[in-house]
Design a binder for this molecule. Structure first.
Ligand code: NDP
Length: 480
């Protein structure tokens, strides 16, 4: 069986303990490879390598760093098919989605930051005839980058690309549930000639390898994407060491649909924004709020479309809905469907585990599920489910829509459907979300700051914000 290896000091190496964790193929419910069960010794080796590499990498001319990263992006493009296949097998997502979204966007992340660093600049401020201030921005040292399982290579590269471009060395830990693309990525880094120790990828459990990263005193920056509970733990661990933190956390995103919207567009995109990647995208809308005058029409049309969605083998070209990521996650999602019924909700589409035939008979499949009849305050409408489950609720006024939308502890993203431009601006400003999409979803301009409000996170990634995060500012004040 394939054994994934750590990438430390430019080499692919076994974990010090010699121990491995089973890695499942969720579409089959079977172990198909082994992931290193790394611990603090492996992290220490990675820190030693990164410390040795830092003086040279941080002083490497920006253009040379940029070229090296671009070489990696080219290799991702060349190996798109192999990477997409690996991601689909590792994660259960349709191969078509991995090939058209995840892997191309991973390459775009690297390209974006490789070129953004060439244009990164700092400010100068003149104080009349008193003094002139100028700011410098230097790489900080070793960045710890910890990423989740839902968009494995995409979110992994989203963190490491700005960190490396800015001149830091990196210790990265992908999710132990989906390690394969990060492993293949380490092979591409070797092929591209990335100097040893600049990037170290250490696989393993969050509570062990991840914990060793966040506790390590020589890793002063942590960029984390994952659940809110893990984010709280990381913040509590890192704060006494005054680490610089960026936390991209969970969401419970509202999707507001007004009667004056383009109905077909709102309907089609809402099906996508609810169920893409089996609802396992942090930006998926999980609470659809519909103006009462079109509520019945919308529910009927939405359910009709959802009932036509076919669940299938993720490797088939035609499959649009694949498996959820693990057995435990499947059980968690099913327990929320049960909770929704206990809270008085009506399951108007889906609601069941699916047993496919053949290769996928033991896979983790759940029907796309639609629930109506719940109030905005119940647990189903407050807690993140992170699966193919969406609720639909009516609202009567704009104020009520905004109140429901803002009623959770989260504030990651929101989607708004209206043809009234004044309403669009007004509501966009009232929504407590890091990003508001108006008449679209998942359109991403990498130049914009990205991140959540409230319990969806702290810090902003994307564009110059990310490059700023991975650098230390210093002001020099010269008397005139
Ligand atoms: P988790 O918080 O469980 O895990 C995220 C990463 O943190 C994994 O690599 C995990 O390792 C690691 N980890 C777990 N415990 C620790 C620890 N004590 N110290 C250091 N690292 C640790 O999230 P999931 O992987 O389940 O991802 C789903 C969540 O991510 C959802 O809540 C989703 O909303 C959120 N998310 C947010 C996004 C955003 O941009 N805001 C984007 C995508 C997802 P291991 O896998 O081994 O447990």
């Amino acid at each position: 069986m394939k054994k994934i290896q750590n990438y430390i000091n430019g080499e692919l190496v076994a974990p010090q303990s010699g121990q491995y964790i089973d890695n499942f193929n969720p579409a089959e419910g079977k172990v198909y490879s082994l992931t290193p069960d790394s611990g603090s010794q492996d992290i220490q080796r990675a820190v030693n390598a990164a410390k040795t590499a830092f003086p040279s990498w941080s002083s490497t001319p920006v253009e040379m760093r940029s070229n090296l990263l671009l070489r990696i992006a080219v290799l991702i493009d060349k190996n798109l098919n192999q990477l997409a296949l690996a991601e689909s097998i590792d994660n259960g997502k349709p191969l078509s989605l991995a090939s058209s979204v995840d892997i191309p966007r991973a390459s775009s992340n690297i390209r974006f930051f490789a070129t953004a660093i060439l244009h990164f600049n700092t400010d100068a401020h003149k104080m009349d005839n008193v003094a002139i201030n100028y700011t410098t921005r230097e790489p900080i040292g070793i960045a710890g980058c910890i990423s989740p399982w839902n968009l494995p290579l995409y979110l992994f590269t989203w963190k490491i690309a700005p960190a490396l471009a800015a001149g830091n060395c990196v210790i990265a830990k992908p999710s132990e549930i989906t390690p394969m693309t990060a492993y293949l990525f380490s092979e591409l880094c070797i092929e591209a000639g990335l100097p040893k120790g600049v990037l170290n990828i250490v696989h393993g459990l969050g509570t062990k390898a991840g914990q060793a990263i966040i506790e390590h005193q020589d890793i002063p920056i942590i960029s984390f994407t994952g659940g809110t509970a893990t984010g709280k733990h990381i913040a509590a661990t890192a704060a006494p060491m005054f680490k610089k933190l960026s936390l991209e956390l969970g969401g419970k995103n509202p999707n507001l649909i007004f009667a004056d919207c383009d109905f077909d567009q709102a309907l089609n995109t809402s099906v996508m924004s609810s169920f893409s990647n089996q609802g396992q995208i942090c930006l998926c809308g999980s609470r659809i709020l519909v103006e009462r005058s079109i509520y019945d029409k919308f529910v009927t049309a939405f359910v009709d479309k959802v009932n036509k969605m076919t669940i299938g083998d993720p490797l088939e070209d035609t499959t649009k809905t694949g498996a959820v990521v693990s057995e435990s996650h499947m059980k968690k999602v099913l327990s929320y469907i049960k909770l929704a019924k206990e809270e008085g909700g009506q399951v108007v589409a889906g609601g069941q585990q699916v047993h496919l035939k053949g290769r996928c008979e033991n896979g983790y499949f759940i029907e796309p599920t639609v629930i109506t009849g719940l109030g905005h305050n119940c647990r189903t409408n407050q807690e993140e489910i992170f699966g193919p489950v969406v609720t639909i609720m009516p609202f009567d006024t704009q104020e009520e829509a905004v109140k429901y939308a803002n009623s959770t502890a989260y504030g990651l993203s929101a989607t708004l459907w209206t043809e009234n431009i004044t309403r669009a601006h007004n509501i966009a400003h009232q929504l407590k979300s890091g990003i508001v999409w108006v008449n679209c979803w998942l359109v991403r301009d990498l130049r914009t700051p990205f991140g959540g409000m409230k319990q969806s996170g702290v810090g902003r990634e994307g564009g110059n914000e990310a490059l700023r995060f991975f650098t230390e500012a210093k002001n020099v004040c010269i008397k005139l």
